[in-house]
Ligand binder design. Structure first.
Ligand SMILES: [Zn+2]
Length: 320
């Protein structure tokens, strides 16, 4: 369903009497929501599509979830998939600092938990990731387009198709074509949480998982390189948090962003579940712990849409 139709349908669903709605929505399993950044995207230098919600929007979503859903952490995931209930998991990718500054206090205020997948290299050496740099270059070119967003989207999609060995040349070419040059080293320097922040969140009831060391698309790497990215991430998590990397989210997370080798490497190093990101929900009984589906949450996801996703995930949280 396209977004507009989905919205109309969510409104119609809300007008069905509660008892019929419940009869309509008989499903068991877990709906796993995925966020990236929370807060105000308007003035951002980087990729504004990374904002999943404003602070107010996220607060409202949490209020809805606290009332209508059983929110679990990944430790309860396997039981939830084997059981007969219905639950929700909240996840955040990348390790952006606003997760700590904005999302974490709101989660605490609502008494809810979430899992944060950290790109350990961004915590260790804070810098702009390629998607934020691409957005910056389009906006800071000699003749920036009137509407930069479609250009940023097109370049981002192109980047994702490239073998990792060719990505640097691609960024250099965009820098030359736009006339912006490569982004200054200061871009993104304050965008990432610190390890202290990560530890505070963990001690405050949140779960931390891995998201590689440098956020490459794993499927575009050799098996040896995949192994190195995963191992480095796990090693840094163990060193800083004193715990193994039990949970993992594939960078980008589309069906073609990881391979059977990726899953095997993760399993061998002790990862219990790895999360993809191409939509869908996790029905009870069907369990592939190395491809746990998650659904995108965007700024237009209000309480009504969230309730629709919870009621009829095969319609409102469908896979791509
Ligand atoms: Zn990511």
């Amino acid at each position: 369903m396209i977004a507009g139709k989905r919205r109309l349908a969510a409104g119609a669903l809300d007008r069905i009497p509660r008892r019929s709605r419940r009869a309509l929505s008989r499903w068991n399993g877990v709906l796993i929501l995925n966020y990236h950044r929370v807060g105000d995207a308007q003035a951002a230098e980087g990729d504004r599509s990374m904002w999943s919600a404003t602070a107010e929007g996220f607060d409202l979503q949490l209020a809805t979830l606290a009332r209508h859903a059983d929110v679990i952490g990944p430790d309860d995931l396997e039981d939830a998939v084997r059981g007969h209930g219905r639950s929700v998991m909240l996840t955040f990718d990348d390790g952006y600092r606003d997760n700590y500054e904005i999302a974490y206090p709101l989660l605490r205020a609502h008494g809810l938990t979430a899992t944060f997948f950290l790109t350990t290299g961004f915590l260790d050496r804070p810098r702009a990731p390629w998607w934020d740099e691409l957005a910056w270059m389009v906006r800071h070119g000699k003749r920036p387009p009137a509407d930069p967003e479609p250009v940023i989207r097109a370049l981002t999609e192109r980047y994702k198709e490239l073998p990792t060995a060719r990505t640097k040349a691609f960024l250099n070419k965009v820098a030359a074509d736009t006339g912006s040059g490569r982004a200054p080293a200061t871009l993104g320097r304050h965008d990432w949480m610190t390890w202290d922040m990560a530890r505070e969140m963990r001690d405050g009831g949140m779960t931390l998982g891995g998201h590689t060391a440098d956020h490459p698309l794993l499927a575009r790497l050799t098996v040896g390189q995949q192994k190195a990215q995963i191992a480095r991430c796990a090693r840094r998590m163990r060193a800083e948090l004193g715990e193994p990397m039990r949970w993992f989210a594939y960078p980008v997370g589309s069906r073609d962003a990881f391979t059977p080798d990726t899953a095997r490497i993760l399993r061998e190093q002790g990862t219990r579940a790895a999360f993809s990101f191409y939509g869908g929900h996790q029905p009870a009984g069907q369990w592939d712990p190395m491809d746990v589906p998650r659904v995108h949450v965007g700024p237009s996801c209000d309480a009504q849409m969230l309730r629709a996703m919870l009621s009829l995930p095969w319609l409102f949280a469908a896979g791509a």
